[in-house]
Design a protein around this ligand. Structure first.
Ligand code: FES
Length: 165
């Protein structure tokens, strides 16, 4: 059964947006803290939800940089943990840069748009069964490229672009 977790205004186009679901913010939520990403493209809205604690060492993924790199490879948006830059596919939870690392648990998330224009978001109580998620095939070279791109995006976001003269 899904839990109502948030009511949102219909977002502006393009940028990934995010929020955390925890027992503190949603009293009906009994599970682990979950990070929800969403993005609007034209009139459609997409959501992804995964455990907030990085499967590597438990650091929060809420400050992760996230970008869409791998649609051609069957990946969802990829996010890089701010601690050690392991990269996860937000769609499957797969860690694409460290094949032996544990994947992140992902959750079913759904939404509906009300007559008032607000978007109501619902989160499934149980994570997806691992077998139900589709793993992308990404070779190490491509995974490293995605990781480097996310590092660059993160540095630019934090410190701005700079040129070496
Ligand atoms: S804690 Fe996330 S990569 Fe190490």
């Amino acid at each position: 059964m899904a839990v109502f977790v948030r009511s949102l205004p219909f977002p502006r186009e393009g940028t990934f947006m995010r929020f955390r679901v925890s027992h503190e913010t949603v009293p009906e939520w009994r599970g682990e803290d979950v990070l929800v990403f969403y993005r609007r493209e034209a009139d459609s809205l997409s959501f992804w939800a995964l455990q907030e604690a990085c499967p590597h060492a438990g650091v929060s993924l809420i400050e992760s940089d996230i970008e869409d790199f791998g649609r051609a490879e069957g990946l969802g948006p990829c996010l890089a943990c701010p601690a050690h830059m392991y990269v996860f596919d937000a769609q499957s939870g797969q860690c694409i840069t460290q094949p032996r690392a544990r994947d992140a648990r992902t959750y079913p998330v759904s939404h509906e748009r009300g007559d008032d224009g607000m978007v109501r978001v619902y989160l499934g109580r149980e994570p997806h069964a691992k077998a139900a998620t589709t793993r992308a095939t990404v070779d190490q070279k491509r995974a490293n490229e995605i990781q480097l791109s996310l590092v660059e995006i993160g540095l630019n976001r934090r410190y701005g672009t700079s040129e070496v003269l």
